[in-house]
Design a protein around this ligand. Structure first.
Ligand code: NAD
Ligand code: MG
Length: 396
C-alpha cells in the first residue's frame, strides 16, 4: 500500500463511529482519519479530534462549531471545523478521501452516503436507512462511479462473506437458492402483545446481545430492524424478498447465511461485536486484527433457531410488503418509522403503536415510481408529516 488510506467517518460519535475509530487506531500505518462528523455531541467530537487529528470536523449547528473551534485552538489541534448538511456531503466526496464510513443514523445519512458512492469511494455502509430509502438510485450510483460498496450491517457483511466474490447479476447465477437473515429477536422475543404495550424506552434500548444507538435498538425490539435489513439485502444482493428468509437465532453468533442449490449452507460466525464487520470492510480483501476476542464455541454451547412471529411483531411484515410494492413505499415506511420511534423514545407513543403508525402512513400515502432522488426526498418529507399527525392521534 502506497499511503495510508484516508477515511471520513460520518457519524463518528455514535456506536458504529466509535467502533470504527477503535479499529482504525489499531492500524495507524494503514489508516489516517480525514474527517469526523457529529450531530450535537460536541464533547465527544472534541475528544476524537484530539486523539485522531482529522483535517476536518463537521457538526450540525453554528454555536457548537464555535465552541469546538475555541476548544480545538486551546488544545492546539489544527482541525478545521465545518458546519451543516453540505459540509457532510463535502467531506464524503472530497478527493483526498479513499474510504467513507457511512454511520449516521436514519434518513439524515442519505445525502452524504450517496455523495460518497457518486464520488467512487470505498463506501462502508452501516446507514441502512439510506439504502432502504433509495436502493435503486444508490446501487446505480455505485455502479456508475465504480464505487466499492461493503456492507457493515453484521448480517449483510456475513452474507457478503458467504457469497462468491463476484456475486452481481442475481443470486441464481451463482447457485444461491436463499439468503438466511438471522435476527436475535430482540429483548422482547418471548413477550405477549399485551405485555409489549407497556414496554418503556429504557427496556427497549437494553438489547441482550448488541450495544447500539437508541434508534436501532428500538428497531431491533420491534423487528423493524430486520424488515429494513430485508430491504437492504434485496438491494445489496440483487435478491427478491421471497429469496430471503428471516431466522430468529437468539444467541447472535451466526450473523447470517447463504444457502446453495447443492444443499450447502454457508454461515459466518463470530462474537457479536461490530468491529469484525468494520475491520472486514476497511481491509477487504485482506483481513486485519479487529480487537475482537476469538469465538469460544464451548462457551456458546448451543445455537437455537425459530421462525419470527409477525403477529406480535408486524413491522417485519410491513417492511416486506413495502419492498414488494416498490417505488417510494420503502422510503415512506422508513420515514414513518423514524418519526414513530422518536415519539416512542420521547414517551409520546406506546411500543405497539410504532407499527400502527407505520401501517397507517403506508395506507394513507400513495406510492410513486422512483426515478429521481427528489421523489424519494419528497416522499420522505410527506410521510414524516403524516406520521406526526398519526402520532398525535394515537397520543390523544
Ligand atoms: P448512534 O445513534 O449511536 O450514532 C449516530 C451518529 O450519527 C452519531 O455520531 C450522531 O451524532 C450522528 N447523527 C445523528 N443524527 C444526525 C443528523 N441528523 N445529522 C448528522 N449526523 C447525525 O447510531 P449507531 O448505532 O452507531 O447506528 C448508525 C447507523 O448504523 C444506523 O443506520 C444503524 O442502523 C446502523 N447500524 C448500527 C449497528 C450497531 O451495532 N450500532 C449495527 C448495524 C447497523
Ligand atoms: Mg444488523
Amino acid at each position: 500500500m502506497s499511503h495510508p488510506q484516508r477515511v471520513t467517518v460520518l457519524g463518528a460519535t455514535g456506536s458504529i463511529g466509535t467502533s470504527t475509530l477503535d479499529v482504525i487506531a489499531r492500524h495507524p500505518e494503514r489508516y489516517q482519519v480525514y474527517a469526523l462528523t457529529a450531530h450535537t455531541s460536541r464533547d465527544a467530537l472534541l475528544a476524537q479530534c484530539v486523539e485522531h487529528r482529522p483535517e476536518v470536523a463537521v457538526i450540525a449547528h453554528d454555536t457548537d462549531a464555535q465552541w469546538l473551534r475555541e476548544a480545538l485552538s486551546k488544545a492546539q489541534v489544527k482541525t478545521e471545523v465545518a458546519v451543516g448538511e453540505q459540509a457532510l456531503v463535502d467531506v464524503a466526496r472530497e478527493s483526498a478521501v479513499d474510504v467513507v464510513m457511512a454511520a449516521i443514523v436514519g434518513g439524515a445519512g442519505l445525502l452524504p452516503a450517496l455523495a460518497a458512492a457518486r464520488a467512487g469511494k470505498r463506501v462502508l455502509l452501516a446507514n441502512k436507512e439510506a439504502l432502504v430509502m433509495s436502493g435503486a438510485l444508490f446501487m446505480q450510483a455505485v455502479e456508475t462511479a465504480q464505487a466499492t460498496l461493503l456492507p457493515i450491517d453484521s448480517e449483510h457483511n456475513a452474507i457478503y462473506q458467504c457469497l462468491p466474490s463476484e456475486h452481481r447479476g442475481g443470486l441464481a447465477r451463482h447457485g444461491v437458492s436463499q439468503l438466511l437473515l438471522t435476527a436475535s429477536g430482540g429483548p422482547f422475543r418471548t413477550w405477549s402483545r399485551t405485555a409489549l404495550a407497556d414496554v418503556t424506552p429504557e427496556q427497549a434500548c437494553a438489547h441482550p446481545n448488541w450495544s447500539m444507538g437508541r434508534k436501532i435498538s428500538v428497531d431491533s425490539a420491534t423487528l423493524m430492524n430486520k424488515g429494513l435489513e430485508l430491504i437492504e439485502a434485496c438491494w445489496l444482493f440483487d435478491a427478491a424478498p421471497e429469496q430471503i428468509q428471516v431466522v430468529v437465532h437468539p444467541q447472535s453468533v451466526i450473523h447470517s447465511m447463504a444457502a446453495y442449490h447443492d444443499g450447502s449452507v454457508l454461515a459466518q460466525l463470530g462474537n457479536p461485536d461490530m468491529r469484525t464487520p468494520i475491520a472486514y470492510g476497511l481491509a477487504w480483501p485482506e483481513r486485519i486484527d479487529a480487537g475482537v476476542e476469538a469465538l469460544d464455541l464451548f462457551q456458546v454451547a448451543r445455537l437455537d433457531f425459530e421462525a419470527p412471529d409477525e403477529v406480535r411483531f408486524p413491522c417485519l411484515r410491513l417492511a416486506r410488503e413495502a419492498m414488494h410494492q416498490g417505488g417510494s413505499a420503502p422510503a415512506i415506511l422508513n420515514a414513518a418509522n423514524e418519526v414513530a420511534v422518536e415519539a416512542f423514545l420521547a414517551k409520546r407513543l406506546g411500543f405497539n403503536a410504532i407499527g400502527d403508525v407505520v401501517a397507517a402512513v403506508l395506507d394513507d400515502q400513495p406510492v410513486e415510481p422512483v426515478h429521481h432522488l427528489e421523489t424519494v426526498l419528497n416522499a420522505d418529507q410527506h410521510a414524516r408529516r403524516t406520521a406526526e399527525q398519526w402520532v398525535r392521534r394515537y397520543t390523544c
